[in-house]
Design a protein around this ligand. Structure first.
Ligand SMILES: *Cc1c(COP(=O)(O)O)cnc(C)c1O
Length: 363
């Protein structure tokens, strides 16, 4: 018998979310972002489930080569470009497309001798101040790219810092800055991550770059009509492995961080921070048992956590538990909601699933 923990990955949910992305994107093409092992869902399997994606976005050449080795034939975009000039030969050989975000990268690209030109996504720093060229330098870089035999198509991109905050005026400022910096430059435009795509139509351009929404999580803190149509792709599930009856005053788990104030039935569940469930999730964090909402009690340990079964008198050892995803009654507990309780974000929860959690793919 195996330990009960597993992550079910729904290909049909992934497809559904991708089609929602397509319908919002209109004529724009889709960079399906599958960095960090497909946000914890398995990059190659996610790629195989998205035959209509125009290109896949990854964070490094290692992630790109893994896709090639898995037989993925769609193009791949390195979202941070290359880290060392030695990567350029493979980039040209495999037709990987590259972001160029700094003068250092640009000089290395211009100086290389490549077997064929590469497609460059030139990154403008419109206000995030993480990667990219500020406006005048952006133009200079563009001119250098145009003149280089190493460069094929040039696309123009930037990244939004606050698009998940629906009332934050900074997004419009970023779009203004980008538009004036790129006004008379030829090239297709890419600005929108998940929140840009859903909430800022002006950011959609010719290429959208959704990550999180593909996996069925909302990038917004509040309820959002489009985000409500997403379907969770990952269901992190386990089972009740032990049950204890507590009296008032009894404590649960390390530090006895939660204490019963009345007789309480407590289930021990085979999942912990060693699987990627957040240790900082407090008592009260929602958990589904037999499809019913219940709550976490006490501290999360490495391999186990405790859940309240007082209102579920029929619950028994072996009963199914969903930490996030889809319960058997169709009830959904989104990773975004769990993340909110834990004081973190759904990106962290999904990418934090550890290698000991088996991923089971189904349609
Ligand atoms: C990760 C990433 C994305 C996807 O972001 P989401 O918020 O998950 O949609 C888009 N663009 C770039 C440059 C990224 O690094």
């Amino acid at each position: 018998m195996a330990r009960f923990i597993q992550a079910d990955i729904s290909r049909s949910a992934l497809q559904h979310n991708f089609q929602l992305v397509k319908s919002l994107a209109g004529a724009a093409r889709v960079v399906a972002v599958i960095k960090a092992n497909g946000y914890g869902h398995g990059a190659a399997e996610v790629a195989r489930s998205l035959p209509e994606a125009d290109i896949f976005g990854v964070a490094s050449i290692e992630e790109a080569l893994e896709l090639v080795e898995s037989g993925i034939r769609q193009p791949v975009l390195l979202l941070e470009g290359f880290f060392e000039a030695s990567e350029l030969q493979e980039i040209a050989h495999f037709d990987f497309e590259v972001v160029i975000h700094s003068r250092d990268q640009l000089d290395k690209l211009l100086a290389a001798r490549l077997e064929k030109p590469v497609t460059v996504w030139l990154k403008h720093d419109s206000g995030m101040h993480r990667l990219g060229f500020t406006s005048e330098r952006f133009r200079l870089a563009y001119n250098d790219l145009v003149d280089s035999a190493n460069v094929g198509a040039i696309r123009l991109m930037s990244h939004l810092a606050c698009a998940d905050e629906l009332d934050n005026p900074f997004t419009e400022q970023q779009l203004d800055r980008f538009e004036s910096a790129s006004a008379d430059l030829q090239g297709e435009v890419s600005l929108a991550n998940s929140s840009g795509l859903l909430a800022w139509p002006r950011s959609r351009g010719q290429w959208v770059r959704p990550g999180l929404v593909l996996y069925g999580c909302s990038p917004f803190a509040a309820s959002h009509p489009i985000a409500n149509k997403l379907r969770p792709v990952m269901t992190l599930r386990s089972k009740v492995m032990a049950i204890h009856q507590l009296e008032a005053g009894d404590g649960v788990g390390y530090g006895q961080a939660w204490r019963a104030v009345k007789p309480t039935r407590v289930g021990t569940v085979a999942v912990g921070y060693g699987d990627g469930y957040p240790r900082q999730a407090p008592s009260g964090t929602p958990i589904l048992v037999n499809g019913e909402r219940s709550q976490l009690l006490g501290r999360v340990s490495m391999d186990m956590l405790s859940v309240d079964l007082t209102h579920l008198p029929d619950a028994k050892v072996g009963d199914p538990v969903v930490l996030w995803g889809k319960g058997q009654n169709g009830d959904q507990l989104s990773a975004s909601e769990v993340a909110r309780y834990a004081g973190t974000i759904p990106w962290v929860l999904l990418t934090g699933i550890t290698s000991r959690v088996p991923l089971n793919y189904h349609d």
